[in-house]
Design a protein around this ligand. Structure first.
Ligand code: FMN
Length: 176
């Protein structure tokens, strides 16, 4: 698949068969995370948590459902959830830390599309997780890191089809 097709035809997949992706595909997706550009090359300010344990997926989902007061899964029954964590300093510089995480997520998401794997960028479960310090402690993240972004992945019956992207979707100005 051409890169442009993977980017344009990407969509948030919210239905999963429950079937796990292959180790090869997971490694390829993780490689795109490690290939991501990171502000000032500070790769050690970040960590990834690859979650396939049904128990952990359930606990993270339950925590989010409680906090958002919803009854449906916020991880959509996907068999794999990758969390990006980073050091935050509570200063405007955190913008770079969040951007690093988003860049990593998008790289992995586009690779998932290229491999025909379902994926969806997840914020809700992450913000709920940040309200449960005990749960974060159990994740044993590198010292002083905070979960900031997530991506669910898994096999899906959904197809990535040609999408029309409206050119007026995001207000765009030119300065001349
Ligand atoms: C930062 C960010 C956070 C998101 N968080 C969630 C989420 O928690 N749950 C969800 O179902 N979708 C989430 N999404 C997906 C968006 O809702 C989706 O990308 C948007 O509606 C456009 O649809 P599309 O991805 O199908 O093109 C998130 C997307 C981004 C970029």
């Amino acid at each position: 698949m051409k890169t442009i097709d993977a980017i344009i035809n990407r969509k948030s997949v919210r239905t999963y068969t429950g079937e796990m992706i292959s180790d090869n595909d997971l490694n390829q997706i993780l490689t795109t995370a490690y290939a991501s550009p990171v502000s000032m090359g500070k790769y050690d300010s970040l960590s990834l948590t690859v979650i396939t344990s049904q128990d952990w997926l359930h606990r993270l989902d339950q925590n989010a459902q409680q906090i958002f007061n919803v009854s449906q899964s916020m991880l959509y029954g996907a068999p794999l959830f990758i969390i990006v964590s980073t050091k935050l300093q509570e200063t405007p510089a955190d913008n770079a830390a969040y951007s690093n995480a988003a860049t990593i997520i998008e790289n992995m998401n586009i690779e998932a599309v290229a491999l025909g794997i379902g994926a969806c960028h997840i914020w809700g479960v992450i913000t709920a997780l940040n309200q449960n310090k005990a749960l974060i402690k159990e994740m044993k993240l590198p010292e002083s890191q905070t979960p900031v972004a997530g991506l669910v992945l898994g096999q899906t019956d959904e197809k990535y089809e040609q999408r029309h992207i409206p050119m007026d979707r995001i207000k765009t100005q030119t300065l001349d």
